[in-house]
Design a protein. Structure first.
Length: 615
């Protein structure tokens, strides 16, 4: 283990970085951005724009995370700050997945805004696409490895892939910064990469681990604040950083900042990234003000540089239909009825049986087990209404439409034992009765590729604008940043929740003591669960009960093998319990039930901890 330092650029004492939003295009309070720029003197705006959370479609089909209009709305004030106040703007994972098409899409939007405002600015674009030939060559050399507990990559997986990007590290951003552009539009990148690069570029001597830890928190914007917010400011010195949310009604606490390292991560103490593992086991969190926290103490365990490859492809076309079933007689036999309907449809379209890899018909029963499928822990003895969602996959849209039409008609008019409602079984909410959902996609590559030169990605430098290239020597206007604190801040030292329930005479459950109970993707092939407590007393009470153990995990999410539990631990710095398991189905694949993985925590919500004693 070692803390690494880099000497580069000017010997600044500190830099200030502002992140307006967890994802570019998600929106943010503009007054909070200007508060960071004008009142706190931010030097740079850095914002992440992508993720695999939305599934494989963004990469395979060049879909963007949000609309052009939302990008324009978010970017216009940032570009004003760049021109009028001299800030730099760094964007990573452009458009969502970060391929060339997404970088060029944002480049066009930014160019139009600069021209409309009459500015002249220097822009750099970083491209992180990787060719199939490169991947196949590296694969042949034994330089491609699984990222996590997934199968080895095969040549045929590469051949069938439609698009591949590398999740680059800080090096291409550092390369671009040497030319001092005003704006950098980056392709797919490790989330902290632009934060690390900016700190290494501007600070004469900075701990790489400090910059990495800061970037890992900042890339999510103000989520580490309580209540979670949008705009946040980091003040970075060579060996620590301070976090301050720009919404005066939110605060960062030692606990909220420490806890953020659990978010979307396999485990909270060691975070793998390009070139090493960030170890925050001994990180320190210090409350510096009512709303701000200082962080220090992370170290890096160096590893050979490898960048994660992400690849996706189109597998066919989808058609869907949705309606309600309210007949209690039909609800009692819904499994037999829908199986009968599937069999009838397969007689009409035998490819459902003879070629199931590319021809599928699936059902989801909303109101019963649509979200968790076979993992659902609840019984359904008293269900009075079901929303039935039918989903068809086929090689062409016309065939998908035809199969869906046949299946929907079968649901509408199929017979079942004891039927008395003979006019129809299915309440369709409107027309069209079937919806062509377009291409269906899947991830094909999620692997690490050894890198010889981590800077060796194309960087395009150009100047945009027909206006004067001389910036204002002093601010020509100020913005409204006058929003004041209007709500009482969450206490720094709350009362233990357990004191309320121990003598209440009623049963109490995990959510009664925990301040956070959640599930989330940690990549396309993992689901991670977080339980966080507000006080040490609540944390220790639940930990000592030992109910959140391996047996609970295996029973709750039907985990068959111990190896499928990737992390199971208590993490005292965040007063938290952490568990990560293999996903029961690949994220974003056909039949997906919970794309973001945010609704798989039901067993935790139902866990009874005890029975309160009578008062």
């Amino acid at each position: 283990m070692q803390v690494e330092s880099v000497n580069q650029g000017s010997n600044w004492a500190k830099v200030k970085i502002i992140t307006p939003s967890p994802i570019l295009g998600y929106g943010y309070p503009e007054e909070d951005l200007w508060r960071g720029v004008e009142e706190h003197g931010a030097d740079a705006i850095i914002v992440d724009a992508g993720s695999t959370d939305g599934g494989p479609d963004d990469l395979a089909l060049n879909h963007t995370v949000v609309s052009k209009e939302m990008y324009e709305r978010d970017l216009a004030p940032m570009i004003d700050a760049v021109y009028k106040r001299g800030l730099k703007l760094l964007i990573s994972s452009a458009g969502g997945a970060g391929p060339k098409a997404h970088v060029d899409f944002l480049k066009e939007i930014i160019t139009n805004i600069i021209n409309q405002k009459g500015y002249t600015l220097k822009v750099a674009a970083i491209y992180t696409d990787v060719s199939k030939e490169t991947v196949l060559s590296k694969l042949k050399e034994g330089k491609v490895h699984p990222c996590g507990e997934i199968p080895d990559l095969k040549a045929e997986d590469v051949e069938k892939t439609d698009a591949i990007v590398a999740q680059v590290g800080h090096e291409p951003f550092l390369k671009a910064l040497r030319e001092e552009p005003d704006i950098i539009i980056g392709g797919r990148a490790y989330d902290p990469a632009p934060f690390i690069a900016y700190c290494l570029h501007r600070l004469g001597k900075v701990s790489h681990a400090t910059a990495w830890h800061m970037g890992k928190i900042m890339e999510c914007g103000g989520i580490c604040a309580i209540p979670k917010g949008k705009v946040i400011l980091a003040t970075v010195t060579p060996d620590n950083f301070e976090l301050l949310p720009m919404d005066p009604n939110t605060r960062c606490t030692e606990l909220s900042v420490a806890a953020h390292t659990l978010y979307e991560k396999t485990r909270p103490d060691k975070l793998a990234g390009p070139g090493g593992i960030l170890d925050i086991t001994n990180a320190k969190y210090q409350q510096m003000s009512a709303r701000g926290v200082r962080v220090s103490g992370a170290v890096i365990e160096r590893k050979p540089t490898a960048f994660k490859l992400e690849g996706a492809r189109q597998v066919g076309y989808k058609t869907v239909f949705l309606g309600g079933i309210r007949d209690p007689i039909l609800i009692k036999c819904i499994d037999e009825f829908t199986q009968k309907t599937w069999d009838m449809t397969a007689r009409m379209f035998p490819v459902l049986k003879t070629d199931p890899a590319v021809h599928q018909l699936q059902w989801k029963f909303y109101g019963r087990n649509a979200v968790m499928a076979h993992l659902e822990p609840c019984s359904f003895d008293n269900v009075h209404e079901i929303g039935l969602y039918g989903e068809v996959l086929a090689p062409t849209q016309r065939l998908a439409n035809a199969i869906a039409n046949c299946a929907r008609v079968g649901v509408l008019h199929g017979a079942y034992p004891g039927q008395v409602a003979t006019a129809g079984n299915f309440a369709s909410p409107g027309t069209p009765l079937e919806l062509s959902a377009g291409p269906a996609c899947e991830f094909t590559i999620y692997h690490l590729m050894d890198i010889d030169d981590p800077e060796d990605f194309p960087v395009d430098h150009f100047t945009v604008g027909t206006g004067s290239d001389s910036r204002p020597t002093r601010p020509t206007e100020s913005h409204d940043t006058g929003r004041e604190q209007t709500k009482e801040l969450i206490p720094l030292n709350p009362e233990p929740a357990i004191n309320t329930f121990l003598y209440g005479g009623k049963p109490f459950f995990l959510p009664d003591l925990a301040r956070v109970v959640r599930s989330k993707n940690s990549g396309p092939y993992e689901i991670t669960f977080d339980v966080m407590f507000a006080t040490e007393a609540d944390y220790e009470f639940v930990q000592k009960q030992d109910k959140l153990n391996k047996d609970f995990v295996k029973k709750s999410w039907k985990v068959e093998n111990d190896d499928d539990i990737l992390a199971l631990m208590w993490f005292k710095p965040a007063l938290a319990w952490k568990c990560t398991i293999k996903r029961s189905w690949d994220q974003g694949s056909f039949g997906e039930r919970d794309t973001f993985g945010t609704a798989q925590h039901a067993p935790l919500m139902m866990l009874q901890l005890g029975q309160g004693l009578p008062n």
